[in-house]
Ligand binder design. Structure first.
Ligand SMILES: NC(=O)c1ccc[n+]([C@@H]2O[C@H](COP(=O)([O-])OP(=O)(O)OC[C@H]3O[C@@H](n4cnc5c(N)ncnc54)[C@H](OP(=O)(O)O)[C@@H]3O)[C@@H](O)[C@H]2O)c1
Length: 288
């Protein structure tokens, strides 16, 4: 049985849908969520829905019972909280007899990264390696889905600001990342422990601005700002302090080149590469 954690979240739900679509069946597919009432549609489709909360490890023995492959969707929250949540999930998986964990990691796990997010994923990958279980790290790039939020200010002012310098990153949609994750879970065997689910090209945010301007017909410009200025502005707009700082130091990691990676791993798993920036920009910003 393959079980997806976080199946009420965007990525987790997408992975469940892709497992069903790619395998053509619901038998053998299960979902773990904190609130099963919000997964009633999955149960109606015949998918086994279990209650599991990484903050309540006592819930996880029943959630993970009989599971062979666990797709561990990373949680959200402050750094230490997430590391502990993932550790609880890994410990419970081992105790329940799970054979293989596929983990939705991040492209940036560098030890010298300024990003809190890198520290979380590096710690969880280390916990997976220490667990003795078979594991696969599916390192996700930046979600393309967040570009409208990132570029949002430019709708009013023509300018968006980030502390990303002239660093390069690639952007892949959550829907496509869900597809690659499901493909990895359904593969009879995987050749490697780490897959980098990047697009085929990286871009700096000047190029992102140009791509958005091209399809929206609006002038859009990117302006690099300092990490502190960006975090302060986010906090002033109501974003919780830990998240404002984590987003800011993630963009500092972009500036430092930590997201400047491309690989063919996505195509190896799915059979074709993910959509390029021009297509994503058309979908997300195209004049309708
Ligand atoms: N690469 C990127 O650009 C990027 C951007 C944002 C986030 N992420 C990471 O990718 C993950 C999935 O993204 P998303 O857009 O699907 O996020 P989302 O819709 O906000 O979902 C958050 C997920 O975290 C799970 N979760 C939170 N606390 C948990 C707990 N105590 N126990 C078990 N599960 C818990 C939720 O489980 P339920 O289903 O039970 O609600 C949910 O699936 C995020 O959680 C984050 O780690 C990556």
């Amino acid at each position: 049985m393959i079980l997806v954690t976080g199946a009420n979240g965007h990525l987790g739900r997408g992975i469940v849908d892709q497992l069903v679509a790619r395998s053509g069946r619901v038998a053998g597919i299960a979902a773990s969520v904190r609130d099963p009432r919000r997964a009633a549609d999955l149960a109606e489709r015949g998918i086994a829905v279990r209650q599991g909360n990484f903050d309540q490890p006592e819930t996880l023995a029943a959630a993970f019972a009989g599971v062979g492959k666990l797709i561990l969707v990373s949680t959200d929250g402050p750094k230490e909280v997430r590391i502990a949540q993932h550790r609880n999930a890994i410990d419970a998986a081992r105790a329940a007899g799970v054979r293989h964990i596929l983990y939705t990691s991040l492209i940036d796990v560098a030890t010298d990264s300024p990003a809190d997010f890198a520290a979380v994923h590096r710690a969880t990958e280390a916990d997976l390696a220490a667990s003795g279980l078979e594991f696969t790290a599916l390192r996700n790039p930046l979600y393309a889905d967040f570009l409208p939020m990132t570029v949002g200010a430019a709708r009013a002012t023509g300018v968006f600001q980030l502390p990303a310098g002239s660093g390069r990153a690639c952007f892949v949609s959550r829907a496509e990342l869900a597809e690659a994750t499901a493909a990895a879970a359904l593969a009879p065997a995987l050749a490697r422990r780490v897959y980098e689910l990047t697009g085929q090209a990286t871009h700096d945010y000047h190029e992102v601005a140009a791509a958005v301007a091209r399809v929206s017909g609006q002038p859009v410009r990117y302006q690099a700002v300092s990490e502190d200025a960006y975090a302060d502005a986010l906090e002033a707009s109501g974003v919780p302090g830990w998240l404002a700082r984590s987003l800011a130091n993630m963009y500092s990691a972009v500036a430092a080149g930590k997201f400047d990676r491309v690989s063919n791993d996505f195509a190896t798993l799915v059979g074709h590469p993910p959509r390029p920036l021009a297509c994503l920009a058309q979908e997300l910003f195209g004049a309708r």
